[in-house]
Design a protein around this ligand. Structure first.
Ligand SMILES: N[C@@H](CCC(=O)N[C@@H](CS)C(=O)NCC(=O)O)C(=O)O
Length: 95
């Protein structure tokens, strides 16, 4: 499961939310305002008072920095050419 520690008013967080939505990924949104319980949990996990912060439990990954998070999500969960379904496969006749 993906967890995003974030704040609604943070445009770096918004960038990550947009990509999560584009990739149609389910995630838990942890509202991480200063002084909140989620903020304390984030600090214990990652050590930095900064959002966005992504936790990908299934892969054992925790990371800060919106650009790095976006790149990670696209590489890990984006469509790769190998995964694309070819709806018009070229069929060669057997001679
Ligand atoms: N380079 C970082 C910048 C993140 C950043 O500056 N986040 C701000 C909120 S917009 C933050 O966490 N400030 C400290 C705080 O909220 O305590 C990224 O791209 O993720």
């Amino acid at each position: 499961m993906l967890e995003l520690y974030q704040r609604e008013d943070c445009h770096f967080c918004r960038k990550v939310r947009v990509v999560l939505n584009e990739l149609e990924l389910d995630y838990i949104c942890r509202i991480s305002h200063t002084g909140s319980q989620q903020r304390e949990i984030m600090l214990k996990l990652g050590g930095q008072p900064q959002v966005p912060f992504l936790v990908d439990q299934s892969k054992g990954i925790m990371m800060y920095e919106s650009d790095a998070i976006v790149e990670y999500l696209q590489k890990t969960y984006g469509k790769s050419p190998q995964n694309e379904v070819d709806n018009n496969p070229k069929v060669c006749p057997i001679e």
